[in-house]
Design a protein around this ligand. Structure first.
Ligand code: T46
Length: 143
């Protein structure tokens, strides 16, 4: 989908020891398409809760569910899509102008987020009608 998508990180395992587990490295300028200035993680969320319900004007992020499972619904001017994140070696890139909702936090889900900017409350659009108007103004000529 426009301005978002899944990608796979390296998953380094042992070829000699079956149960040694995996290591996924994330290095600056390699795995992530922007400089990471901040990270945060979301956890302890009840299964019935829905978080997010906003978009960002400039922020780029990569979301990784490092434990459990969570659904991420994205909507932008060109369509919408729901991704289930349940693999710590998979990242979901989310660019600006995507309305996001995180739901179905299951199995002690921990959602790690790598962000391109420091925290800025002014970068958020939390009103859905304002989000629609913002995207119409920005992308309306492209459709
Ligand atoms: C996003 C989704 C995936 C801070 O003080 N610093 C921070 O870096 C962040 C991210 C949040 N906060 C404060 C602001 C609020 O008082 O933490 C509180 C909860 O934030 P919010 O309601 O925005 O949380 P979510 O889970 O709805 O959204 C978060 C991010 O804010 C957002 O950028 O894309 O996760």
């Amino acid at each position: 989908m426009y301005n978002s998508g899944l990608f796979k990180f390296r998953k380094i395992g042992s070829q000699s020891k079956e149960h040694l587990g995996y290591l996924t490295p994330i290095e600056a300028h390699q795995e992530i398409p922007f400089e990471v200035k901040r990270l945060y993680y979301i956890y302890g969320v009840g299964e019935e809760e829905i978080r997010g319900k906003h978009s960002h004007k400039k922020l780029h992020q990569v979301l990784i569910c490092v434990n459990g499972s969570v659904d991420i619904k994205l909507e932008n001017f060109f369509g919408d899509e729901t991704y289930t994140l349940n693999d710590p070696s998979v990242g979901l890139y989310v660019g600006p102008d995507n309305w996001r909702e995180m739901s179905n936090f299951k199995d002690n889900a921990v959602l790690l987020v790598l962000a391109s900017e420091e925290y800025d409350p002014d970068d958020y659009i939390r009103d859905y009608d304002e989000f629609i108007q913002h995207n119409q103004k920005k992308y309306g000529g492209l459709k």
